[in-house]
Design a protein around this ligand. Sequence first.
Ligand SMILES: CC(C)(COP(=O)(O)OP(=O)(O)OC[C@H]1O[C@@H](n2cnc3c(N)ncnc32)[C@H](O)[C@@H]1OP(=O)(O)O)[C@@H](O)C(=O)NCCC(=O)NCCS
Length: 302
Amino acid sequence: MTSVAAFDPQDLRIRPMHADDLRLVERLSSSAFVDLEARLAPAGQEAPSGRSVQAAQIWIARTARFLDSDPGGCWVAEVGDAVVGFATSFRRETTWFLATYAVATPWQGRGVGKALLDAALQHSRGCVRGMLSASSDPRAARRYKLAGFDLHPQMTLSGTVDRTAVPELRNLRDGTPGDQEWMDSLDRGNRGAGRGRDHEFLRSVHRLRVIDHRTGRGYAYSNLDGVQLLAADNRRTAARLLWDALAAVPPGRSTRVAHVTGANQWALETGMEAGLSVRLDGFLGLRGLKPPAPYLHHGALL
Ligand SMILES: CC(C)(COP(=O)(O)OP(=O)(O)OC[C@H]1O[C@@H](n2cnc3c(N)ncnc32)[C@H](O)[C@@H]1OP(=O)(O)O)[C@@H](O)C(=O)NCCC(=O)NCCS
């Protein structure tokens, strides 16, 4: 196996991802993100842990779907017989999305990421819009900006919810497949593309709550860790959906509301009222789109 020290860029091979690669690339991404978190964490902060077994299974199932729907968007980088990085991307209607992108820590900063992103971007040909969620890694920001994405800082709210602050909530219900059509049209307004069958996957792993009322429409997917995706046609409806998700977090359990851009002040206001604290956390990268609002994107399904 080629060592990092002896690496010659000519040894790098970019090839399509196969189903056989899924377990390995999941492990690679988990450790690349743990290493990044440890690198960026303030001194004294608890060491980050990797993905749980259940989260790893969900990650693999989600990535297998990208391989099925968008084989041309999923690539791995090899040096000798070792997989050292990968990128997965997909198209929905005329928007291209980058789902995940990582290079094994020892191989970072050597041009592997550029070659992978170039391959994934081939899959964006003919798409008028693009969207990705960037970590706080300055290498990622550099790659995305140089690839023509506008970078919008995003924030993460976290903490335990002050339950005395939860308002009375009306007109919410569990979502059904019958809601998908209007949910897709909301997404077309926000990101230029509906989700189609991605809703099936989201429903299989998250709780779906909706408001479909004369005062507004919106939907939110969440799990025990917090809200994972939220879209609405007005801020008040969005805030009610967020409160509903926060109220469902078991008492005392810490929660996270990630991917809050400056265009979503309503989410900051709700989070502050709920007693959560805020920190900067990466960028939303956009091409041919304005920062969506009211909208909290999904990290991989955007
Ligand atoms: C982001 C990532 C995939 C990029 O892959 P990579 O192989 O490191 O990327 P490259 O070497 O092709 O490019 C990195 C660029 O950043 C520059 N760079 C390296 N270290 C840097 C640093 N500390 N600060 C700023 N720029 C840096 C490099 O010079 C290079 O720019 P150049 O090509 O113009 O010279 C990889 O670093 C990674 O896995 N990071 C952790 C996980 C992550 O953040 N993934 C992205 C999720 S959105």
